[in-house]
Design a binder for this molecule. Structure first.
Ligand code: C5P
Length: 405
């Protein structure tokens, strides 16, 4: 719920602006107050009248509107908000934000604010793929700027298909809730007083002082799981391998590099009521890490002698005394998804395996969306594709039920 939350919605000019009207409705239904700033280009797509009617407030668009500057002003507009949402966020407004340009009310608000900003990009797939846009988004994303979408789909332009569609209004609402939900200890939830342990990210297994074995895990799904647990009121320990995404709010993070460090950190964090192993732990490590950097030379190519890493999920899932009541693992597969996941359920002593297809064409590894099968003793459920935050929220809802049951 978003009762008493103040959202400043910045609409820039894209065909997806009509979906931002729906977003206003959804936010109002949840008790949020919504103020709207529109760019001139946005007004070409939807009228300030419709946005104003839905938000129940006047719509702000002119930097030089003296009355507004007098009693509101762009600084106050941003100061009065808990979160600024830019939807649709065009390539143009993203570029202006990245460059620090402020040439209208919307960009002045965005430049002046110290509040978190959620971008819902919407543009042609080629504009999204353009190196300039990717660089701008990567540069902006960090502690205070977040993104939801874009989704993959067909575009308003005929025959165009790819990533660029603005996230659906309910996906944006879920992302907003994730950002502005009250601090976990302030809000009792179904997991209040419970300890949830989550692993996330890849592991790095050193070869020598400068090289390591790793994988493409971004940590996005695991971090979203930790955030979802915190939102249900749990005390959360997140044991994370090396990632570049920010720590989730209200979670205590233990940073590790290798599988063995991850196992040690997990054991140190026990006991827990629920453990969710979302990390993509390296299966193997190099038997002996070279003390000096390996050199090219007449001896030829070095032979890497690999040994197996400890299986963290299996050792906790089968722990004689410290097994949490609910143990959930993930299975990233490129083939035989369900059969492999079911086998893992048994072998690793898990209550649930969340299986996803990480074939490169799915874009799941490193992406913002996920399509999972929820595999438990009672059967296999194929969940619809969704934002990783939404998948995480559902996993936690199920974990809470298993804990209570
Ligand atoms: O066997 P596989 O690596 O596919 O199993 C995936 C599940 O097991 C994930 O939940 C992962 O976090 C966990 N795992 C682990 N330690 C390992 C390997 C996998 O905890 N060494």
């Amino acid at each position: 719920m978003l009762a008493d939350k103040r959202i400043l919605l910045v609409m820039s000019g894209g065909i997806a602006a009509y979906k931002a009207l729906e977003l206003i409705r959804r936010l109002k239904e949840r008790g949020a107050s919504v103020r709207v700033v529109m760019t001139k280009a946005a007004e070409e797509f939807v009228t300030p009248l419709s946005a104003g009617a839905l938000s129940g407030d006047r719509v702000y668009s002119d930097l030089f509107d003296l009355t507004a500057e007098h009693d509101i002003g762009h600084i106050k507009l941003s100061r009065d908000a808990d979160l600024i949402v830019v939807a649709p966020a065009t390539a143009n407004i993203i570029a202006k934000m990245a460059a620090g340009i402020a040439d209208d009310l919307a960009t002045n608000v965005l430049l002046a604010t110290d509040k978190p900003i959620l971008l819902a990009p919407a543009m042609n797939p080629r504009m999204w793929a353009n190196a300039a846009t990717q660089r701008n988004v990567a540069w902006l994303k960090g502690e205070r700027v977040f993104t939801v979408g874009p989704n993959v789909g067909s575009m308003a332009e005929r025959g165009e298909f790819g990533p660029g569609r603005m996230a659906e209004p309910m996906e944006i609402v879920a992302a907003i809730e994730a950002l502005v939900a009250p601090a976990p200890d302030a809000a009792p939830g179904p997991l209040s007083g419970r300890h949830v342990l989550v692993t996330s990210g890849p592991t790095h297994e050193p070869i020598d002082p400068v090289r390591f074995l790793a994988n493409r895990s971004s940590g996005k799904q695991g971090h979203a799981v930790a955030a979802a647990a915190a939102r249900l009121g749990a005390r959360v320990t997140l044991v994370s391998g090396p990632v570049t995404i920010p720590d989730p709010a209200g979670v205590s993070v233990v940073r590790v590099e290798t599988a063995r460090q991850m196992l040690a950190a997990v054991e140190a964090a026990l006991p827990a009521d629920i453990a969710i192993f979302a990390a993509a732990v390296a299966d193997w490590r190099v038997a002996t890490e070279a003390e000096e950097k390996l050199k090219k030379g007449p001896a030829g190519v070095p032979q890497l002698n690999l040994v197996e890493n400890p299986d963290i999920l299996a050792s906790i899932g089968r722990h004689p005394s410290l097994r949490p009541k609910v143990v959930i693992g993930f299975a990233a597969e490129t083939e035989n998804l369900v059969a492999n996941a079911s086998a893992k359920l048994q072998r690793k002593g898990a209550d649930v395996i969340v299986a996803n297809d990480v074939s490169p064409e799915t874009g799941i590894m490193g992406g913002d969306r996920n399509h999972v099968r929820f595999v438990s003793a009672t059967g296999v459920e194929d969940w619809p594709e969704a934002d990783k935050a939404a998948v995480a929220a559902e996993i936690l809802a199920r974990a809470a039920r298993l804990l209570a049951g």
